[in-house]
Write a protein that binds this ligand. Structure first.
Ligand code: UDP
Ligand code: MG
Length: 156
């Protein structure tokens, strides 16, 4: 099953939005197979945000990600990476559509409450970066037949 990585950012932890964000993921029918709170440091953030290392806001962004622990989640489902990105909405939350997590919960392009992997390839690397193998629990769902159609289940 396709996996993706979600981080509930420190601004969401401070604002008491952990439950709201987890509830949206669960209600959608995505399965949470890894879940923990962790304190990020410069080393992991240099890797995680390597694509932004030349940007003016790089240090500010990293500092903002260390203010409190984050909640890291591994989430599984058919096309989980793309589905979660659609649920998250645009990076600049002021431009994120209503109904999306950022569109409903944030006014900021930086303090935008959530990280989600942006490609299947990056998701595989990011799940490995934040979780060890024994922290991922891939269990059988008892209700898959009510969450997906027959043709979809054949692809899983
Ligand atoms: N970010 C920022 N200013 C920008 C672009 C990005 O502060 O102009 C921050 C923001 O918190 C964003 C993170 O850097 O979520 C990672 O940027 P990316 O382009 O990967 O966006 P995302 O994948 O989070 O939508
Ligand atoms: Mg990104």
């Amino acid at each position: 099953m396709e996996k993706t990585l979600i981080l509930i950012k420190p601004n969401a932890v401070q604002r008491g939005l952990i439950g709201e964000i987890i509830a949206r993921i669960e209600r959608k029918g995505l399965h949470i197979t890894g879940l923990k709170m962790m304190q990020l440091d410069d080393t992991i953030l240099n890797e995680h945000y390597a694509h932004l290392s030349e940007r003016s806001f790089f240090k500010i962004l990293k500092d903002s990600m260390m203010v409190t622990p984050v909640v890291a989640m591994c989430v599984e489902g058919l096309d989980a990476v793309e589905t979660v990105r659609l649920m998250v909405g645009a990076t600049n939350a002021r431009k994120a559509l209503p109904g999306t997590i950022r569109g409903d919960l944030s006014m900021s392009g930086e303090q935008n409450v959530i990280h989600a992997s942006d490609s299947v390839e990056n998701a595989q690397a990011e799940v490995k970066r934040f979780f060890s193998e024994n922290e991922i629990f891939s269990y059988e769902s008892a209700i898959t037949a009510f969450e997906y159609g027959g043709e979809e289940r054949a692809k899983m």
